[in-house]
Design a protein around this ligand. Structure first.
Ligand SMILES: Cc1cc2nc3c(=O)[nH]c(=O)nc-3n(C[C@H](O)[C@H](O)[C@H](O)COP(=O)(O)OP(=O)(O)OC[C@H]3O[C@@H](n4cnc5c(N)ncnc54)[C@H](O)[C@@H]3O)c2cc1C
Ligand code: FES
Ligand code: FES
Length: 485
């Protein structure tokens, strides 16, 4: 078993043991390596000042270079990865990277504090755009920069800079350093890893059996996945992360596999990869993931983390509930499969997760039914939901054949609306039905008032979302109909 973390930083190998492995990546860069181009402003994953690029060894070679928030990531999570910071970005020779040049030429910086983060996001975008053989449209640039905030320049100049990056002149990030040599070295580091310090420990198992044996031996183990929930809690001092386990070294946990009847999503697969992989069969969910957090968060965050964190406003759970997803839970006793609708037991964060169990993968059944998903938040991008809505339905000859409905943000957990579902099945798709359902909905939900909206506002939102659903679905059948809602 290895007792060290091995990572590459701007092409240079580093092997770390003990305490330094538990630092956030941003502290490691700034205070251990004196790479102070990476800034920290919010330390919560919200502003992007700390953005760096990471390529992980997921198979035999390094994966794509993707932006992440280094302030909520830890050094041990970068084992067998290559990190590129703003100091390590360069053009074909020692020149500036075209993203850096574009920011200068378009006056994309004033105080400059946010600029390294923007540059790293733009360099990542340049790379992915080249790989996909696409152009740098304004929409693409704006999407890539949803996780970067600037307080003084104004976004117009920055977006202009992004759109003006000459793709032909931009080197692939994998060519800046010798990626094949890095991958060859990292590949040789097989076996699990255990790092100990005075106060913390982390175990990175190489097999699922090692993982569950470890949890069985140490029941206080906390699984840490992309760290986008846990990293924020730790930075805010709300949680001391003591005995940890991470599945980065477990190959199967990254897999997203299509089977004849369902999709298998590994516990460690990132939301970015899930968004792309599920586009074909669950386009509505992929579209929805487009407004989930920011690229930096989605490159790190997992579906497993979203489910187990079990927030009543978790964005993936309404879809997973109406899709009748199955969770594969593993312990030393073996595997059991639980439908997410019985896994979420009602009550705040009450789950059917037994001691010693690990969520190993998620099965999403294929279906011919359709989905509609809505997220209402104060801002469109990088915002937490006020209310979420998910419906799965099938309609034949104007009659509702199947109907599943879930709402988030209106109770202690994401709720399935079984009474409304029963009311709809077998009925004609008509405005009056949905008006009656909206009336009944009032008794089925118990929203709270908080900074995102009052209980009354949430009641009204749910009412409106149900009618919006009817309006959009009815128009699929009769595009020109006058709808009386
Ligand atoms: C800036 C920002 C924006 C965000 N925006 C959104 C948003 O728009 N919508 C939304 O829903 N969420 C959002 N989040 C929350 C977060 O990104 C998601 O909940 C994410 O899916 C968590 O995944 P993770 O892999 O980072 O989990 P982690 O933080 O690593 O873990 C979360 C929880 O899951 C447990 N866990 C993880 N994996 C396993 C496993 N395999 N088995 C058992 N337990 C496990 C952990 O112990 C922990 O309790 C945001 C967070 C930030 C910081
Ligand atoms: S410092 Fe704001 S996202 Fe990291
Ligand atoms: S240039 Fe000052 S915060 Fe962006």
């Amino acid at each position: 078993m290895r007792d060290s973390i091995v990572l590459y930083l701007n092409g240079k190998r580093h092997e770390l043991r003990g305490e330094p492995c538990f630092a956030t990546v941003s502290d490691f860069l700034r205070y251990e390596k004196n790479l102070r181009g990476t800034k920290v402003v919010c330390a919560e994953g919200d502003c992007g000042a700390c953005t760096v690029l990471v390529a992980r060894l997921t198979g035999d070679s390094l994966g794509p270079y993707e932006p992440i928030n280094s302030c909520i990531s830890f050094v041990y999570l970068a084992d067998r990865s290559h990190l590129i910071t703003v100091e390590g970005l360069r053009g074909s020779s020692e020149a500036l990277h075209p993203a850096q040049k574009a920011m200068i030429e378009c006056n994309g910086a004033q105080c400059g504090y946010c600029t390294p983060g923007f540059v790293c996001s733009l360099a990542g975008l340049t790379d992915s755009t080249k790989s996909e053989n696409k152009g740098l449209s304004e929409k693409r640039v704006k999407n890539a920069l949803t996780g970067n905030l600037c307080r003084c320049t104004g976004y117009e100049a920055i977006i202009k800079a992004g759109c003006s990056i000459p793709l032909d002149a931009a080197p692939k990030l994998s060519s800046l350093y010798d990626d094949s040599l890095i991958a060859r070295d990292l590949r040789q580091l097989s076996g699990s890893v255990e790092i100990l310090s005075n106060e913390q420990s982390v175990f990175l198992p190489e097999t699922a059996d090692q993982a569950v044996q470890y949890i069985n031996r140490y029941p206080d183990t906390r699984v840490i996945s992309g760290s986008t929930d846990l990293g924020v809690l730790s930075n805010k001092g709300k949680l001391k992360l003591k005995r940890l386990m991470n599945l980065n070294a477990l190959r199967e946990s990254y897999e997203i596999k299509e089977e004849p009847d369902y999709w298998n999503v590994g516990a460690k697969a990132s939301l970015t990869r899930i968004e792309k992989a599920l586009e074909k069969d669950f386009s509505e969910f992929s579209k929805y993931l487009n407004v989930f957090a920011s690229p930096q968060i989605k490159n790190a965050a997992s579906l497993a983390g979203n489910i187990i964190n079990a927030s009543p406003i978790a964005d993936s759970i309404p879809f997973l509930r109406v899709a009748e997803s199955e969770l594969v839970l593993k312990s030393i006793q073996g595997e059991r499969m639980v439908n997410i609708n019985s896994f979420i037991q009602g009550g705040y964060k009450k789950l059917d997760l037994r001691p010693g169990e690990l969520l190993i993968r998620i099965r999403i059944p294929k279906t011919s039914a359709r989905f509609k998903l809505f997220k209402v938040s104060i801002r469109k991008d990088l915002d937490i939901s006020t209310v979420t809505f998910a419906a799965r339905y099938s309609i034949s000859k104007g009659v509702i054949q199947t109907f599943s409905l879930a709402f988030g943000g209106v109770g202690p957990s994401v709720l399935r609306m079984s009474k409304l579902e029963q009311m709809a099945v077998g009925q004609k798709l008509e405005a009056n039905l949905f008006k009656a359902m909206a009336k009944m909905l009032k008794q089925e939900i118990t929203p709270l008032s908080d900074v995102r909206g009052s209980a009354d506002y949430r009641h009204q939102l749910c009412h409106n979302l149900l009618l919006k659903f009817y309006d959009e679905v009815a128009r699929q059948f009769e595009p020109d109909a006058e709808l009386s809602i």
